[in-house]
Design a protein around this ligand. Structure first.
Ligand code: SF4
Length: 234
């Protein structure tokens, strides 16, 4: 990561937060081989609501193994897809959303393929993705950032949003889309897609281990000095 000298204090807080989290948790970098087909990433996101990532990853692979193509998944019976998604938190709802999403892509593109997005700006591509059933800002950013597209787009899950709100970098009542709109303009210019990906994974880990939804452990938090919530508590 190459350092630049931006003066925005919020950008500097993000940069310092990132450095403290790396010091605390170590590096969390996605291997290049894990940047897969954007359609795979989209499917994993659509079926993965409130389900552990490893479980959704396995279910996404199982869908492709069982049906052979995403077009075949789109034409499958709801019950068959639901059965394969039985380990997801919401199997039938996930299956229904996935079939709707894949059928909509086929209607618009003739096949399940997202290659046309590679010619578009990240903002335009995300806007298109968010018109698909079951796709909102988090999944759109995930497709753009963590797949082979490797674009600068911050994935914001509930941990990430909560922490940024407590730190004072995102308005308290912001939903994911507002949080994204607040954070993207203050991202360090020199952060690559991989840096943003790592930042999200580090912040998420903070949310899982220390800044829990209830009783955040500010006394042992590595970013307490940068956090509005902790400062008010002190
Ligand atoms: S200082 Fe407290 S509120 Fe702020 S990020 Fe850390 S645990 Fe969360």
């Amino acid at each position: 990561m190459q350092l630049t000298f931006e003066n925005d204090p919020q950008t500097e807080r993000l940069r310092e937060t990132h450095a403290h989290l790396i010091e605390w948790f170590g590096r969390i970098q996605r291997p290049h081989t894990k940047r897969v087909d954007p359609v795979w990433t989209l499917v994993q996101g659509v079926i993965g609501a409130r389900t552990k990532t490893a479980v959704s990853n396995a279910a996404t692979d199982q869908l492709l193994e069982r049906f052979g193509s995403w077009e075949a998944v789109a034409e499958a019976e709801l019950s068959e897809v639901t059965e394969i998604l039985s380990n997801q938190t919401f199997p039938e709802q996930s299956a229904r959303r996935l079939i709707d999403c894949l059928q909509t892509i086929i209607t618009e593109r003739g096949e399940v393929d997202l290659r046309h997005l590679s010619n578009q700006s990240t903002a335009d591509a995300m806007m298109w993705l968010e018109t698909m059933p079951g796709v909102a800002r988090k999944i759109a950013a995930q497709v753009m950032n963590t797949s082979a597209f490797a674009r600068r787009a911050m994935v914001i899950d509930s941990h990430h949003r909560r922490i940024m709100q407590r730190m004072g970098l995102v308005p308290t009542k912001a939903d994911t889309a507002r949080a994204y709109n607040a954070l993207m303009p203050i991202m360090p210019d020199d952060w690559s897609a991989a840096d943003m990906d790592e930042h999200h994974m580090l912040v998420k880990k903070l949310g899982q281990k220390i800044c829990r939804p209830t009783n955040p452990q500010c006394a042992r938090c590595p970013v307490a000095e940068l956090c509005d919530f902790a400062s008010v508590r002190r």
